[in-house]
Each structure stands twice: as structure tokens, then as C-alpha cells.
Ligand binder design. Structure first.
Ligand SMILES: C[S@@+](CC[C@H](N)C(=O)[O-])C[C@H]1O[C@@H](n2cnc3c(N)ncnc32)[C@H](O)[C@@H]1O
Length: 206
């Protein structure tokens, strides 16, 4: 079941990849990336991960703004990654790896920040993904979660678009999901319409 779900999502994004950057949703996503940059705070020589990186546009922007960062883009879709590698202007600082956000192929405490833009809503096991984010973040590291939000407080709002739907979480639900993975919610900011940035921190170790 999970395999088919992932296969279907991968197929959807593999088919979308060649035209992704030129279609209307991506124009909106790029406006969202620009707004997100206003809230990003990174240490010097930060090592960052973009989960569900798509064609790599956010990492390109981050690498331009922070010339000493190193970044890894991870995505389920090999075609998205192919597009990202073709337009990688920051090699070897930026690299792209195929993988699943539910089982990150990285060691503990490896990243100073993790980003996820318009991708978390596709995950069937948000709790598992957040545990993985908490595991790969260094103490004090930040998780920047950007997705469409909902006002429904009781449970995630499931919209029947894309294979097995997408899931929208209210600000409160994000806080609860984060805290059960050991991540502290620092703040929420609306970036564009219902697209909400939530910034989490992994508590510093004692
Ligand atoms: C709407 S696109 C957003 C891409 C990019 N973050 C952006 O802002 O343009 C969602 C991306 O999430 C990826 N994705 C979906 N489920 C995933 C998973 N379980 N693990 C890794 N990537 C996933 C898709 O392949 C797709 O590239």
C-alpha cells in the first residue's frame, strides 16, 4: 500500500518535472521562496537540507544569499532531481539525492537547518517525517516548514487532489506534531494567502 502510494506520487512528479518551473503553481512557489528568505537565519558555513526539493529553486536562492552554505536537496522524483542538477549553479556546494522524507539517508545531527516547501502536505506519515527531521538536525538547528494551512483545528484537512490526497494542518496541529517529535515551535508567519511558514527549533543539548 505504502509502496503504491509512493510510486504514484513519484509518477505524478516525474511527469510534472520537465514543465514544473514554467507552470502557474511554480510561479507562486517561487514567490513563496522569496518571502521565506526574509525569515531565514543561518550560522556561518551552514549545512542545510531541502526535503522534497523539487527542481532545486529554493536551494539555488539560498546558496546565492548565503555564499558559504552547503546544501543537499532530497526528493522522491528522479525527474525533479534531473532538472535540479541541470540548473545547479553552485556545484559542488549543492548536491541532489533521491530519497524518501520518511527515512532520511543521513546521520544524526548533520544539518543546521532543514527546509520543506509545499511538500509536507504529501506525506502520509507526518509524525515519522518530523522524527526524521529532529534526528538529522543539530542541537539548536531550525526546521522551516512552509505549506498551505487550514483553520480546521480538530484533525488534518484532507483534500482529494494528488494520489491519496494532500493533508493540511492548522498552526496548532503543527505545534503538536512538532512537540511530539521534540521540536519547539518558535513562530508562524503567513507568506502568501493561506501559505504558512512555521519555524521549529531542536532544543540545544545540555
Ligand atoms: C509541489 S512539489 C514542491 C517542490 C519544491 N519544494 C518547491 O517548493 O517548488 C512537492 C515535491 O515533494 C516531493 N515529495 C513528495 N513526497 C515525498 C517524499 N515522501 N519524500 C521526498 N520527496 C517527496 C515531490 O516529488 C515533489 O518534488
Amino acid at each position: 500500500m505504502t509502496y503504491n502510494f509512493l510510486g504514484n506520487k513519484k509518477l505524478l512528479f516525474d511527469q510534472w518535472a520537465p514543465s514544473y518551473d514554467w507552470l502557474f503553481p511554480s510561479i507562486i512557489y517561487q514567490a513563496i521562496h522569496k518571502r521565506l528568505l526574509e525569515y531565514v537565519d543561518l550560522p556561518k558555513q551552514a549545512n542545510i537540507l531541502d526535503m522534497g526539493c523539487g527542481t532545486g529553486r529554493l536551494l539555488e536562492r539560498l546558496a546565492t544569499k548565503f555564499p558559504d552554505l552547503r546544501g543537499t536537496g532530497l526528493d522522491l522524483s528522479s525527474n525533479m532531481l534531473r532538472m535540479a542538477r541541470l540548473s545547479n549553479h553552485h556545484r559542488p556546494r549543492l548536491i541532489y539525492i533521491e530519497g524518501n522524507a520518511e527515512s532520511l539517508p543521513f546521520g544524526e545531527g548533520q544539518f543546521d537547518a532543514v527546509f520543506s516547501t509545499i511538500s509536507f502536505l504529501h506525506y502520509l506519515s507526518p509524525q515519522q517525517v518530523l522524527s526524521e527531521v529532529a534526528r538529522v538536525l543539530s542541537p539548536g538547528g531550525r526546521f522551516y516548514l512552509v505549506d498551505i494551512t487550514t483553520k480546521k483545528e480538530t484533525k488534518p484537512q484532507v483534500l482529494p487532489i494528488s494520489p491519496r490526497g494532500i493533508r493540511l494542518y492548522s498552526p496548532k496541529q503543527r505545534e503538536l506534531l512538532g512537540s511530539s517529535a521534540g521540536l519547539l515551535c518558535l513562530s508562524h508567519y503567513y507568506l502568501l494567502g493561506p501559505v504558512l511558514l512555521t519555524i521549529f527549533a531542536k532544543p540545544p543539548s545540555n
